[in-house]
Design a protein. Structure first.
Length: 327
């Protein structure tokens, strides 16, 4: 019976990933995808996309390979069909990793499925006001992979993951430090401390090598995003920023923070490692009206934290009710 529920849950997760992909392709117009998104794709391949877009190479070269494959197969529309293959695959990966991560954290099946329902609503709500960011989707998956590897104590896998994540997006730079933060309670043991520091140091080193190599591989790129005071004004004073953030995440971050006392220690550690700096960097050097820029810390930390908060509140209320009933 338990196995059948697990199988059904996985089937629902796969269904959610597929329907989210369908919703995306029915919401974004054909011309937006084959002209706007594909135009930026071609700029990356030509080395003319600008900083930082030029250095988010992984999904663009995967898309290029898929276009060549679809062309060889005789597809009548290789650009669009290859983008469908890539995006459907991305969402399947992201949804499966998110569900596996929620369960690995110790959330019950129904609680994890509630989290997947909220995650699906978030992603579909974000479709209309956001550009299709192929690298952001992969970035969220890489953070979830890192979390699963750390929870499974497959620490050395953080090194190759850091390489691939760096090719995808510069926002992946927290991944090596997630391992260090997770192992802090164990660093008093000398052998453990040495092993963890070697792994983290190696992961940071290879990440920096890839980061530098990408910037040496292409000619100097002009900055194509607002930064500094201009970005702060656009992000904090424009109504669009707050409307899009609320339309995507609602009050989820507030629910999570209200139940901070019930968070697992690991989520608390990762929250202080990632979230304050993530918000600061994006307010200073990006446009936060693109609310999907916050997918990574949300699915990694805030969404499961909100689920733990809800479970904690429920158990506390049941305990108080039992006390009252016994009086």
């Amino acid at each position: 019976m338990r196995n059948s529920r697990e199988v059904l849950a996985v089937a629902v997760v796969l269904f959610a990933a597929l329907t989210t992909s369908v919703y995306e392709f029915r919401t974004w117009s054909y011309s937006d995808l084959t002209t706007g998104v594909f135009g930026q794709h071609m700029l990356v391949l030509r080395g003319e996309a600008g900083n930082p877009v030029q250095y988010r190479a992984l999904p663009e070269y995967l898309w290029d390979w898929l276009i060549r494959l679809q062309t060889a197969r005789g597809s009548g529309d290789p650009i669009y069909t290859s983008l469908e293959v890539l995006r459907y695959s991305q969402n399947l990966l992201l949804f499966c990793l998110a569900y596996a991560y929620f369960r690995k954290l110790g959330l019950a099946l129904q609680t994890a499925m509630l989290g997947m329902a909220v995650f699906t609503l978030m992603l579909t709500s974000a479709v209309a006001p956001n550009w299709m960011r192929l690298s952001s989707n992969f970035d969220a998956s890489f953070y979830l992979m890192a979390a699963l590897l750390i929870l499974a104590r497959r620490d050395w896998w953080i090194v190759p993951l850091s390489v691939v994540a760096a090719i995808n997006r510069e926002a992946s730079g927290f991944i090596p430090f997630m391992l260090l933060a997770a192992r802090i309670p164990e660093l008093a043991v000398r052998n453990t401390r040495t092993r963890v520091l070697v792994i983290v140091g190696t992961a940071v080193a290879v990440w920096l090598v890839v980061y530098a190599a990408l910037r040496l591989l292409y000619p100097p790129q002009p900055l194509v995003t607002d930064t500094g005071w201009v970005a702060i004004q656009l992000n904090l004073l424009r109504e669009t920023s707050w409307m899009n953030l609320f339309g995507t995440f609602g009050i989820l971050p507030l629910v999570a923070l209200m139940g901070y006392r019930w968070w697992p220690p690991l989520l608390k550690t990762w929250f202080w490692l990632i979230v304050p700096l993530w918000i600061s960097v994006h307010v200073l050097s990006a446009l936060i009206n693109e609310s999907l820029l916050f997918t990574e810390p949300t699915v990694l930390i805030l969404l499961p934290a909100a689920l733990f908060a809800a479970v904690g509140w429920t158990r506390s209320s049941q305990y108080q009710s039992a006390e009252i009933a016994s009086e």
